[in-house]
Design a protein. Structure first.
Lengths: 242, 549
C-alpha cells in the first residue's frame, strides 16, 4: 500500500493509504475528541466532534470518516473548532437529562470527560428536560434513555460484532430513540443474547448493569479489541484489566 | 422495434390526431384533480357522446396546464383556447357552445396573450398539458423515444456523455453539479453492476415541479434514465418517488409497463444490445430521503439516514456499486438535448447556467402555477410579468427560493438574474424550483420559524448539530416571535446557525439555517423590533426561565 504524507497542525506525518485522519492522529497522540467513534466498530460520522479543518476544502470534515490524501494540510484544533466542539457537547447536555451526581457512570462517563476536555463550563441553551423512559425489564441490564446520547455504539456492536441486531433507532430528529427489536421492552426481546457488549461500549450511564450504584459502572471497552484481533489475526492477545 | 418503426408509429399517431377536429384537453394532474377535474372530464366525454361527436372529437386527460391557481383547466388544442375554473355547467357549455356552435364561452376564457403564457420557454414541460400522459403512442407522436433510439443504435456511451457535457446541463435538484461530469465519473467507476437512480422525492414546501413532470410526461423521465443507463453502463434503474404522490406513481407504473411492452425498456432495447430495467421505490414520507445518501439507504431497505461523503454515490452507491443519481427535471432535459443537439441547449440561458428551469410559483402572487423560464431571467420578470405581481393592495416583499434550504430575496435584488451563481451570491439557492412569493403581510420571523420547524421535524436525528441545534434555533425563533427574547438570544441564534451550517453531516442540516441567516441579513430590523429592551429584561427576574417548549 502506498504511503501518504500529510501535515497535521504544522507537523509532517506519513500514513498508509486508506487510513482515516483520526487513526493517524491517534497514532501520534494528537488529541481529537470523539463520541460515536469506537475502534472496532464501523464509523458513522454522526457526533461531529472530530471535525477538522482541511486546507482547500470549504467544509469541515469528520476525521473519523475522512481518508488521508497526499499533501493534506489539516488543523485538528483552533479557536473555531474548539468553539464548535464546546457547542456540540453543550447541545448534548441540554438535550438529555444528564445529572452526574446520581449517575451510575459518574467519573466513568465519556460525556463527562468530553465536557471537561472541551472546557464546557456553562450551557447557554435552555434544557429541554425530555420525558424519557427507563427500561429495566432485562434481567441483568438497564437502559436509561434519559442518559442516552444516540451515539449508536450499542446498535453497531450488537449488529456488527455480536450479530444479533437487537438495537436500532426509531423516530426522527429530537424524538429519535434507541429501541429494542420492534420497540419491545428489552426483557421481552427474543434476539438479545445477554452478552452485555452494548453495556460496555455505551459512553454514558444509559446502559448499565443491574446492581451498580452511583459511580460504580465502569465500562470495559478493551474486549472489543480482543475480539476483533482474535477474529482478524487469529491471535488471542491478553488485554489486561482494560 | 427499430428507429424506422418508431418514426412510422410517430407519423401514424400524428395523423390520427390530425383527423380529429377537436382535441379537448383537461388537466388530470393532482392540482386540478383536487378541485374535481375528473368529473369535468367525465362530463366532457358524456356531452361529446350525447352530441354524437365521438369520431371527430376526443377528450384527453393531460398533465399540468400551468395555471394551477385557477383550476380545473380545460384546453382546446385545435385553437389553443384555455378555460379556467371550469365547473360542470361550464364544461357542458364548452361542448354545446364552443364545439357544436363554434362560439367560445367568453366568461371562462383565459387571456392566453398575457405574459404568463408567452414569456415562457418550454423544454421540460413541452409535452406537459399537450399529450395524454397515460398513452405511450401520444408520447411517440411528439418524437418520444427517438433520442433513445438514436443513442442505442448510433452513438457510443462516451459520445453521449460528451454531448451532455457540452450542453452545459447542471443538476436540477439544487446543487447544480455538471450532469455530464457526473455521468463521466460513474461511467469510469469500477463495479460489476451500476445503477441509475431518479430522485423524485420532492419535499420542499410549495414545490411541485417534479410531480407535474411525472404526472404529465412520465415517459420523458424514463427515456432520460435509459439514455443515462446506456451512457454510464448501468442495466438497472430506480425511481425513488415519495408516497405522497400517488398519481405520479400510478402513471409511472403504467408508463414503465407500456414502455416494456413496446421494447423501450427491458432486454435488447430497440433491437440493440442494451438492456435496462426500471423499478419504482416508494418513500415513506421523510424529507431527508431526498438527500442522495439517505435516499440510497432507503432504496436498500434501511432507515433513511444520510452517510458522510466521500465516498460519493458515483463511486460507492447502491449496495456499494457506482450509482448515478439525478433529479426528475435533469432526466427530463436529456431527450431534447440528444434530439436537438448540445449547441441548441447551450444557446439557452446564461454562460454558466444553461437551459431552462421549472418553477412552482406559489404564495402571495396572482398567477399561482407551474412555469418554465430560461436561466438568467430577471426575478422581476418572473414575479411581475409571468406571476402578475402580488395581490391588489399589497406590496412585494421577498421571494423565497430553494425551500427550507434556501433563502429570501428582497425587493432590492429584484433585477437579479435567476441562475445558480447569482442566487447563491445573495444567500439563497436555486434549489429544486420552489418559489414562494411574500408580500407586505408576511412576517419574516414567522417565515424563518416555519422553515426551521420543518427542518426540525424532518431532521433524521443522526448528527448532533442538526438534531439538537435545529430544535434550539426553533426555540429561539419562537421566543423572538413571542417578544420574549433579548439581544443575547440574537447572538445565540446567530452562533447556532453558523455552527449547524458548518458542522452538520448532510445537506439538510448544512442548509437548515439558511432561511434564518438570509432573513437576518435582509430583514434584521423585523427581528430587532420584537426584542425586549435589555433594561426590562434585567428588571424582570423569571424571564430567563420563561422558555416555552
Amino acid at each position: 500500500m502506498a504511503v501518504k504524507t500529510l501535515t497535521i497542525n504544522g507537523e509532517q506525518y506519513s500514513a498508509q493509504e486508506g487510513e482515516s485522519i483520526l487513526s493517524v492522529a491517534r497514532q501520534h497522540n494528537i488529541p481529537i475528541p470523539t463520541l460515536c467513534h469506537l475502534e472496532g466498530l464501523s464509523t458513522v460520522g454522526a457526533c461531529r466532534l472530530c471535525v477538522v479543518q482541511i486546507e482547500g476544502i470549504p467544509r469541515l470534515l469528520p476525521a473519523c470518516t475522512t481518508k488521508v490524501e497526499e499533501g493534506m494540510v489539516i488543523q485538528t484544533a483552533n479557536e473555531r473548532l474548539n468553539k464548535y466542539r464546546r457547542m456540540i457537547v453543550a447541545l448534548l447536555a441540554s438535550e438529555g437529562n444528564h445529572v452526574c451526581a446520581v449517575c451510575v457512570a459518574n467519573n466513568h462517563c465519556e460525556l463527562q470527560d468530553l465536557a471537561y476536555s472541551v472546557g464546557l463550563v456553562r450551557v447557554r441553551y435552555p434544557y429541554l428536560f425530555p420525558n424519557k423512559q427507563l427500561d429495566a425489564t432485562h434481567k441483568d441490564y438497564v437502559m436509561d434513555h434519559n442518559r442516552c446520547v444516540l451515539c449508536t455504539r450499542c446498535v453497531r456492536v450488537c449488529d456488527e460484532v455480536e450479530g444479533a441486531h437487537v438495537w436500532d433507532v426509531a423516530g426522527r430528529g429530537i424524538n429519535s430513540e434507541i429501541i429494542t427489536g420492534l420497540d419491545y421492552s428489552w426483557g421481552n426481546s427474543q434476539t438479545c443474547t445477554e452478552c452485555g457488549k452494548c453495556v460496555m461500549v455505551c459512553p454514558t450511564g444509559a446502559l448499565f448493569e443491574k446492581g451498580v450504584t452511583v459511580s460504580e459502572m465502569e465500562k470495559k471497552k478493551g474486549f472489543l479489541k480482543y475480539i476483533i484481533t482474535a477474529r482478524q489475526k487469529k491471535e488471542w492477545v491478553s488485554i489486561g484489566n482494560e | 422495434m427499430t428507429l424506422e418503426d418508431l418514426q412510422e408509429l410517430s407519423e401514424k399517431e400524428q395523423l390520427r390526431q390530425a383527423e380529429k377536429k377537436h382535441r379537448i384537453l383537461y388537466c388530470s394532474a393532482a392540482g386540478c384533480a383536487s378541485c374535481g377535474s375528473d368529473k369535468i372530464g367525465a362530463v366532457l366525454k358524456a356531452k361529446i357522446k350525447e352530441h354524437g361527436l365521438e369520431k371527430e372529437c376526443e377528450v384527453v386527460g393531460t398533465g399540468c396546464l400551468g395555471l394551477c391557481g385557477e383550476g380545473p383547466l380545460v384546453k382546446l388544442q385545435s385553437d389553443q383556447t384555455l378555460y379556467q375554473n371550469v365547473d360542470v355547467q361550464a364544461a357542458e357549455q364548452i361542448i354545446e357552445s364552443h364545439i357544436v356552435k363554434n362560439l367560445p364561452v367568453t366568461a371562462k376564457k383565459v387571456d392566453t396573450t398575457q405574459p404568463f403564457f408567452i414569456s415562457q420557454t418550454k423544454i421540460v414541460l413541452e409535452n406537459c398539458g399537450e399529450i395524454n400522459s397515460e398513452s405511450i403512442d401520444e408520447y411517440i407522436g411528439v418524437r418520444g423515444y427517438e433520442a433513445l433510439a438514436k443513442v442505442v443504435n448510433e452513438m457510443q456511451p462516451a459520445e453521449v456523455i460528451e454531448e451532455i457535457r457540452k450542453s452545459g446541463l447542471r443538476g436540477r435538484g439544487g446543487a447544480g453539479y455538471s450532469t455530464g461530469l457526473k455521468w463521466g465519473i460513474v461511467s469510469k467507476a469500477h463495479g460489476e453492476q451500476k445503477y441509475v437512480v431518479c430522485n423524485a422525492d420532492e419535499g420542499d414546501p410549495g414545490a411541485f415541479m417534479d410531480r407535474s413532470v411525472l404526472e404529465g410526461d412520465p415517459h420523458r423521465v424514463l427515456e432520460g434514465m435509459a439514455i443515462a443507463g446506456y451512457a454510464v453502463g448501468a442495466t438497472q434503474g430506480y425511481v425513488y418517488c415519495r408516497a405522497e404522490y400517488p398519481l405520479a406513481i400510478e402513471r409511472l407504473k403504467l408508463a414503465i409497463k407500456l414502455a416494456e411492452k413496446m421494447g423501450m425498456l427491458g432486454n435488447r432495447i430497440l433491437e440493440s444490445q442494451f438492456n435496462f430495467r426500471i423499478d419504482i421505490r416508494i418513500g415513506a414520507g421523510a424529507f431527508v430521503c431526498g438527500e442522495e445518501t439517505a435516499l440510497l439507504q432507503s432504496i436498500e431497505g434501511k432507515r433513511g439516514n444520510p452517510k458522510p461523503r466521500p465516498p460519493y454515490p458515483s463511486e460507492k452507491g447502491l449496495w456499494g456499486m457506482p450509482t448515478l443519481i439525478n433529479n426528475v427535471e435533469t432526466f427530463a432535459n436529456i431527450a431534447p438535448i440528444i434530439r436537438n443537439g448540445s449547441e441548441w441547449f447551450a444557446g439557452i440561458g446564461t454562460e454558466k447556467s444553461k437551459g431552462t428551469k421549472v418553477f412552482a410559483l406559489a404564495g402571495n402572487i396572482r398567477n399561482t402555477g407551474l412555469i418554465e423560464v430560461p436561466m438568467g431571467i430577471p426575478l422581476r420578470k418572473i414575479i411581475f410579468d409571468i406571476g402578475g405581481g402580488t395581490p391588489e393592495g399589497t406590496e412585494f416583499k421577498a421571494a423565497q427560493t430553494g425551500g427550507p434550504s434556501g433563502g429570501c430575496i428582497p425587493k432590492d435584488h429584484l433585477d437579479l438574474p435567476v441562475d445558480y451563481e447569482s442566487l447563491s451570491k445573495v444567500g439563497s439557492i436555486m434549489g429544486s424550483g420552489g418559489m414562494i412569493v411574500m408580500d407586505s403581510t408576511s412576517k419574516m420571523v414567522d417565515v424563518a420559524k416555519f422553515f426551521m420547524q420543518f427542518c426540525m421535524d424532518e431532521s433524521c436525528g443522526k448528527c448532533i448539530p442538526c438534531r439538537v441545534g435545529t430544535r434550539h434555533i426553533y426555540g429561539l425563533l419562537d421566543k423572538i416571535s413571542k417578544k420574549k427574547a433579548t439581544q443575547d438570544d440574537m447572538v445565540l441564534l446567530q452562533e447556532l446557525c453558523t455552527m449547524v451550517k458548518e458542522t452538520s453531516l448532510c445537506g439538510l442540516g448544512q442548509s437548515a439555517p439558511n432561511p434564518v441567516l438570509s432573513t437576518l441579513r435582509f430583514f434584521r430590523n423585523e427581528y430587532e423590533e420584537l426584542l425586549q429592551p435589555v433594561e426590562i429584561y434585567q428588571g424582570e427576574p423569571g424571564v430567563v426561565a420563561d422558555f416555552e417548549k
